[in-house]
Design a protein around this ligand. Structure first.
Ligand SMILES: Cc1cc2nc3c(=O)[nH]c(=O)nc-3n(C[C@H](O)[C@H](O)[C@H](O)COP(=O)(O)OP(=O)(O)OC[C@H]3O[C@@H](n4cnc5c(N)ncnc54)[C@H](O)[C@@H]3O)c2cc1C
Length: 471
């Protein structure tokens, strides 16, 4: 008889682990706080349309095993779609992801001259970079122009920090083309910059929204015997020599269970707060020091078939509040419902910012004004506005954050039977396919006898550290 595993969180990481373990015959219980699965990668219905929590695509860079798992679950509903986005750079629209021809013809002349000068300067030897921040690494690799006009204002909006105050780790995780040379190579058709045979210019997307991935994982995990508890409020995790006691509230009752393993995919800071006995003060202090960026998602329901033919518009500029606008209907290429479309605007912020508490109506007006200022039609007639709030949208990487994370990580590693992984659990700015990779990796490391292969897990952690986020 295999020993029970408790999984905290039913986003892609938690559900992926639940499915894999349940298929191997482990008794699995998943605890999810929300009334639906999928976490930040979920979907919900709005005005007759399936919409996501901000723009979500499945990237061709997905690990083959992860892609096979998703294809097996979603089947023919997994569409291959051309990327059809636009970015507003210095008041001009460019195709996004960037294309060489488009860059040459449409970019603002000041931008083109700046990049050319930056390239010329790169031939000269440059001083060593001993600061090692997001700003210094990007400026060294990509030059001033791309940084000043694109990455730096975008960074200020997305993470709410000055680029000089952001850790070098953010540059490594976020910017896959580390130099102008590599970036330009990626733009040339057949260019070698991306160094892979993955299909380019496309993404995968489930017909019923990105959340269909998690919903299919849920169904399959349940069919394999996993118990998934929604609206479960965790109260306490008490590790013991041979497992852990878990206290939780579900269906209005305080309950408890014993598990040999606790696999947590909830925010690592929340996990620290749940553990009993309490973590030592330096670990609690480290947990208080780690911060997440939150996000408001403002959905406008419009009485028209389509707003634009683009899937997403990207707004790096400081002149607008929002960072991205997506039109969910265009992701799955659906035409229903006729005469109605929904826009989703992404507005990163902190939960103590005034904007977090603004009314739906005021946020709808803010987004409409932004669209007008961006040169898009300002939607005048609305059928409705809906707002969703993501408390944990992005892990924040100010310089020095790694020391805090390491203090927590080291302490958690010493607790037998406890693993923390997934985007929130490893405080990793990752894609869904990375979260699923972690889930499958954790399952690979667990022997049928219930023992965790620590060396194999350490090796997997080194692989996770190489994950680079795709936009
Ligand atoms: C705006 C935005 C756009 C993105 N775009 C893309 C994209 O295009 N492609 C892509 O691949 N990825 C994208 N991502 C990333 C993607 O959303 C994540 O990689 C994915 O959701 C990570 O899955 P996870 O299971 O690790 O974490 P999460 O999805 O965050 O799931 C964690 C789960 O834990 C639950 N939880 C939290 N606290 C508790 C608690 N105390 N008790 C019980 N349950 C709890 C949460 O409710 C949630 O269900 C995007 C993210 C954002 C924010």
């Amino acid at each position: 008889m295999k020993q029970p595993v408790a999984i905290l969180g039913a986003g892609p990481a938690g559900l992926g682990a639940a499915l894999s373990l349940a298929q191997r015959g482990f008794p699995v219980t998943v605890f999810e706080r929300n009334n639906a699965v999928g976490g930040n990668a979920g979907s919900f219905e709005l005005a007759g349309l399936r919409v996501d929590y901000g723009s979500h695509r499945l990237h061709p860079a997905s690990d083959p095993e992860v892609l096979e798992l998703i294809r097996g679950l979603v089947g023919d509903d997994l569409l291959t779609r051309p990327r059809h986005g636009r970015i507003r750079l210095m008041g001009r629209w460019l195709h996004f992801p960037l294309r060489a021809g488009d860059l040459a013809l449409r970019v603002h002349p000041r931008f083109a001259v700046g990049v050319a000068l930056d390239l010329a300067r790169k031939i000269l030897p440059s001083a060593p970079d001993d600061q090692g921040t997001f700003a210094s690494i990007l400026e060294r690799g990509l030059g001033r122009t791309i940084c000043q006009e694109f990455y730096f204002p975008y960074a200020r909006k997305i993470w709410g920090m000055e680029p000089e105050a952001i850790s070098a780790a953010q540059a490594e995780k976020r910017v896959s083309s580390g130099s102008i040379g590599k970036m330009l190579k990626r733009l040339v058709p057949g260019g070698s910059g991306s160094g892979s045979s993955q299909p380019k210019g496309v993404f995968y997307y489930p017909r019923r929204g990105f959340g269909q991935i998690s919903e299919s994982l849920l169904e399959a995990a349940r069919a394999a015997g996993a118990e998934i508890l929604l609206e479960a409020e965790l109260k306490q995790i008490a590790p013991k020599a041979t497992g852990a006691g878990i206290e939780f509230e579900h269906d209005g009752h305080l309950r408890s269970m014993e598990a040999r393993h606790v696999w947590s995919t909830i925010p690592v800071t929340a996990l620290v707060g749940l553990l009993d006995p309490k973590a030592p003060e330096p670990v609690c202090k480290a947990a208080r020091s780690l911060r997440f960026r939150s996000m408001l998602l403002v959905y406008l329901v419009l009485p028209q078939d389509q707003f634009t033919p683009y899937d997403a518009h990207y707004f790096p500029g400081a002149d607008l509040h929002i960072t991205r606008l997506s039109e969910p209907k265009n992701y799955a290429a659906v035409s229903e419902p006729a005469g109605r479309t929904v826009l989703c605007a992404e507005l990163p912020c902190q939960m103590d910012d005034d904007v977090w508490a603004m009314s739906d109506e005021a946020l709808g007006d803010l987004v409409r004004d932004d669209l007008g200022r961006a040169g898009l039609p300002r939607p005048e007639r609305l059928e409705g506005v809906a707002v969703r709030r993501l408390p944990h949208a992005y892990p924040l990487y100010p310089t020095g954050y790694q020391t805090h994370f390491d203090a927590i990580d080291e302490w958690l590693e010493g607790i037998p039977g406890l693993l923390s992984f997934g985007r929130q659990g490893l405080f990793a700015h990752d894609n869904t396919h990375h979260a699923l990779y972690m889930a499958l990796a954790a399952s690979r490391c667990l022997g049928d006898d219930g023992s965790l292969d620590q060396a194999a897990w350490a090796a997997e952690r080194r692989i996770f550290a190489t994950h680079v986020v795709e936009d």
